[in-house]
Design a protein around this ligand. Structure first.
Ligand SMILES: [Zn+2]
Length: 538
């Protein structure tokens, strides 16, 4: 600890719309002052060490408003084959996972992630048969890129004890015509037993996985992330979280981690507060609760206000995922208890329902200041745009999703609705506060990929992805939403999100100036130095 000065010709404080020459004075963990670039005329700072970064941009560290930290840490580890997104057919994915299995004869479970049916053309949904042929002797668990389905071989179905007739509130164990399990599980409730096995590691392995992932966050300059899985208050969750809490207390985490617990099923929150008290550590916090109103439009589980364009008999199958009258009671109760609620809402029907529910809570609880959020918002009805500001609800969006389904969505929701698809600019104009995140491991956690998608609406090949390219947002708005916007979601805006005196010294130096480089160079940008709480960790 001590005191030092970081200086550059391009400091983006997050308070203005452009970077400017400045110097940041840091004392111990905090920013003491933002000084003029030629601060050395001030005698008070004469003997402070100076780190001059020339014209490289200095900014507040990224705060990612939506990640799935635990599955993400596992997916980012050596135990998972994360190349399945490259497979353009079921057979190709099987080939990729077979190579991985052969290369790791010591792994007793074979795990893979990122397969995505949208990449497979007109192929039918996958099943266990090809997997059984390729890897008959070990359980294989493959999670879908959207994290809503899993594809298993017979050994995995056996090991996870998937009961074909298990009763679930929502979720499907897909079966062949003869009633036998096909190996495909749809929606989180169905995936749960398989997910448990996917996430099962020894304590030592889990520590290694988390330790490595802290380094990944540090490499990308991310000072806050979340666990959005909506874990229940079980022994397993205790064990899962204890590893992170212990790691924080023994070695120190390199980012603030906020975990959101399960909302549905609870109107009484003593367990929540017990968890909160038990886990609260310098960098790991139980921050609120999460619920899922719908699934994803790709599988027609996104809840629309009007029927699907290419499936006019439905507005979304089996929805909402939880009865509305129960959600109403639970959300009101959670807010009453002082707990923030975050709701997964893909399509305009679930967004409307969430806003209605938050409105009911505000009627009962008054102005609670909890900043409930709506996650994803793939499309929205124009009547609902003003309601975020009215209800103090934060739209929390993940721009790289724009590139996932490209123009395919238009077939499903039609051109009119597609005009308000991933409507970042429109939301910003109506609300003035947007929070950005990645949704890792659904997509990459690399903030520069997210920024590129937000400011260009282009995919990895540089092609325009959506029908509404006017929804791109400016670099300044993007960076603000990725820092101070996300800080509001986590209620840490007093300590994080901008470069201001009194805030934590969570500061990154980039390889260049994001406002000056060619748009195509945004994606290759690197974090050259990373200061977390005043300590240089990169
Ligand atoms: Zn998510």
């Amino acid at each position: 600890m001590g005191k030092f000065i970081l200086r550059s010709k391009a400091v983006f404080t997050g308070l203005e719309d452009f970077p400017r020459p400045a110097a940041i004075a840091v004392v111990d963990k905090k920013i003491q002052a933002v000084l003029p670039w030629d601060y050395h005329r001030d005698k008070d700072y004469a003997d402070w060490p100076l780190y001059d970064y020339g014209e490289k941009m200095i900014m507040s560290s990224f705060l990612d408003a939506h990640t799935h930290l635990f599955s993400g840490a596992i997916d980012g580890s050596r135990y998972v084959c994360s190349d399945l997104g490259k497979g353009c057919s079921q057979a190709e994915c099987v080939k990729i996972i077979k190579e991985f299995a052969d290369a790791h004869p010591d792994y007793k479970r074979i795990r893979g992630s990122g397969w995505f049916i949208t990449n497979w053309g007109d192929e039918p949904l996958p099943d266990k048969r090809l997997l059984d042929e390729a890897i008959p002797d070990r359980p294989v668990y493959l999670t879908c890129a959207d994290c809503h389905s899993m594809w298993l071989n017979s050994r995995a179905l056996e090991e996870a004890g998937i009961d074909p007739d298990r009763k679930m509130d929502n979720g499907v164990n897909v079966k062949f015509e003869n009633g036998e399990l096909s190996g495909l599980l749809l929606e989180p409730a169905a995936c749960e037993p398989a997910q448990k096995k996917y996430m099962e590691f020894s304590e030592e392995e889990m520590r290694e996985i988390h330790r490595n992932f802290q380094d990944v966050l540090a490499d990308y300059g991310i000072a806050a992330a979340s666990e959005m899985f909506a874990d229940d208050y079980t022994e397993e969750t205790m064990k899962k979280y204890d590893i992170l809490k212990n790691l924080d207390e023994e070695e120190g985490l390199k980012a603030q981690i906020f975990s959101y617990m399960k909302l549905f099923g609870y109107t009484e929150f003593s367990k929540y507060f017990k968890f909160q008290k038990h886990f609260d550590s310098p960098h790991f916090h139980i921050a609120g609760v999460k619920g899922f109103i719908d699934g994803v439009t790709e599988t027609y589980t996104g809840l629309l206000l009007e029927p699907y364009t290419d499936k006019p008999e439905t507005c979304g199958e089996g929805l909402p995922l939880w009865p509305e009258r129960k959600m109403k009671k639970e959300i009101i109760a959670a807010n009453k208890a002082g707990i923030q609620v975050r709701l997964h809402c893909i399509a305009d029907g679930s967004v409307r329902m969430a806003l209605d529910l938050f409105e009911k809570s505000a009627e009962v609880n008054g102005e609670h200041g909890l900043r409930n959020t709506i996650e994803h918002i793939e499309n929205i009805h124009s009547d609902d745009l003003d309601r975020f500001a009215e209800l103090d609800v934060i739209p929390s969006v993940q721009p790289y999703h724009v590139t996932l389904a490209a123009n395919g969505k238009v077939n499903q929701i039609g051109e009119k609705r597609a005009r308000l698809q991933w409507p970042f600019r429109t939301l910003l104009e109506h609300e003035g506060a947007l929070a950005l995140g990645s949704d890792y491991p659904v997509v990459t956690i690399d903030p520069f990929t997210t920024i590129y998608a937000a400011v260009t609406r282009r995919d990895d090949d540089g092609n325009l992805t959506s029908t509404n390219s006017w929804e791109k947002i400016s670099m300044a708005d993007t960076l603000k939403a990725y820092t101070s916007g996300a800080a509001r979601v986590y209620h840490v805006e007093d300590s994080m999100g901008t470069l201001e005196p009194g805030k934590m010294a969570d500061i990154i130096v980039l390889g260049g100036d994001l406002f000056e480089v060619d748009k195509e160079e945004i994606r290759g940008m690197k974090v050259e130095a990373n200061y977390f709480e005043g300590e240089k960790i990169r």
